[in-house]
Each structure stands twice: as C-alpha cells, then as structure tokens.
Design a protein. Structure first.
Length: 252
C-alpha cells in the first residue's frame, strides 16, 4: 500500500504544472555506506519502474545525517523549505520522526524497524492518517526472538550482553524491553552496553569481556550497520557468539 501511495503521489498528472517533481531523500547514513547505497539503488529502480528517471523526469534532493541523528531535524526542515513534493525517510525511525515533525502537509513515505504507532507517527497500521505512510519490519520487537535463537546455539551461556545506541532512544527502549523479557525467561543475566561512535564500540567490548558475557545481541540501530566490520571483528577477536538484525552484518 505504501508503494501504491507513492505511485499516486508521484503520478505525472499531479505535476502537470510542475513537469519535474522534486523528491526529498532523508537518510541517517552516508552515500559511502554499502547498505545505504543498496537502499538507494532499489529506490531508484522503483522510480524507474514507475517511469521516473533521476535527472530527467524527477529530481532527488539528498540529505545525509552521517549517523549523527541530531542533524536530522535540520535536514528535514531544509527539505520542507525546498518545497519538495514528497519526503522519503528511508532506513530508520529517527528520520521518520524528524520528517513527521517537520511538516504536516508534504507527503512522507518511511521505512522503520519499530511499531510506527508506538513511535507516534501514524494513528494505526491499517489507517495511518495524516501525511505519512510506509513500511515497518518490527525489528526491535523481534529482538527477544533473536536472543532465544542465539541461546539455542549457546545454551551454556549465563550472561548476555546487548549493544544499543543511546542516541536512538525509541529503538533502544523497545529492543531492551523485548530482550529483558527473553533474558528473564531464559534465566540469563543481561548487561546493556551503549555505543554511538567508533571508540565507544571498542569500550563496550572491553566491558563485555569484564562481564564475561557468553552471548552478544547487537541492536538493530542503523549506526551499527555502518560499523559492522568493526563489530564483527571485535566479536571474533573476543570469541563471543553474536546475533544481528540485518543480513549485511551476517555477510560481514
């Protein structure tokens, strides 16, 4: 339905007086990131299938937060001032929330890993209301299930560490609740480790060793995708079994 809504919003008839519509693309990452580049490739392909070619029949204004979530509000406001036809808030909850806060009139299409109702950006899943719609993977809500799967593989572990990004509180709180319930049911002691930059990831793994964690659940936050090589290398160095939310991390 989100794709159909996007198609309707971008139909040529709707822009009879503006033959080249402008799309605002709001991302928490950077173009250099492999996973962001993959999403962007798919986004452009979808536009092409609708008859839109970037630079010819559509213009895309890109705004990159480069994993600095506090920049998203300003970037979203800039797209609103640019008077784009639609905002694509792709890849996570922070940009969807920022876009929703920036405008009540410009259509917004999002992808998030959280329940958008709990985020407060839609009224309900079947009737989102307002100017926003999109897709959720409910990644945070499935964190407990990931811990259950990991513990099936490492049943002797007594301590689990969880790596989260404190600058994305909505995702962190949802994941932590889910993981706490799962850890309690499995009889595991759980430690929450926070990291929002490269050095804090290194520090988190040093703390993990001190706690003698036998398992690691890496949060679904997009920042950890951008640092996946570092995280995977540290998990291997410390020989701690880990489970991830996205296939890019498994590939790494």
């Amino acid at each position: 339905m989100a794709l159909l809504g996007t198609a309707a919003a971008l139909s040529p008839a709707a822009y009879a007086q503006h033959p080249v519509p402008v799309i605002g693309y709001l991302s928490d990452g950077s173009l250099e990131s492999d996973d962001v580049a993959a999403r962007l490739t798919a986004f452009r392909q979808g536009l092409n299938e609708l008859g839109y070619v970037e630079g010819q029949s559509v213009v895309i204004e890109y705004r990159w937060a480069e994993s600095q979530y506090d920049r998203l509000a300003g970037l979203a406001a800039d797209l609103v001032r640019r008077q784009v036809a639609v905002i694509a808030a792709i890849g996570g909850a922070p940009q969807a929330v920022a876009a929703k806060a920036a405008t009540a009139t410009i259509p917004i299409v999002f992808t998030v890993g959280l329940d958008p109702v709990l985020l407060g950006i839609v009224a309900s899943l079947n009737r989102p209301g307002g100017n926003i719609t999109g897709v959720t993977t409910l990644t945070a809500e499935l964190a407990g299930k990931r811990l259950n799967l990991l513990h099936e593989l490492v049943p002797t572990a007594a301590v689990v560490a969880v790596l989260v990004n404190p600058t994305n509180p909505a995702a962190t709180e949802a994941e932590t609740r889910s993981l706490q319930d799962a850890a309690r049911s499995l009889g595991l002691q759980m430690h929450v480790l926070e990291a929002s930059n490269e050095s804090e990831i290194d520090a988190a793994f040093r703390t993990l060793v001190e706690f003698r964690a036998g398992e690691l659940v890496v949060g679904a936050d997009p920042f950890f995708n951008s640092r996946r090589d570092q995280i995977v290398a540290l998990a291997a160095r410390h020989t701690v079994p880990a489970i991830y939310a996205w296939r890019e991390r498994l590939a790494a």
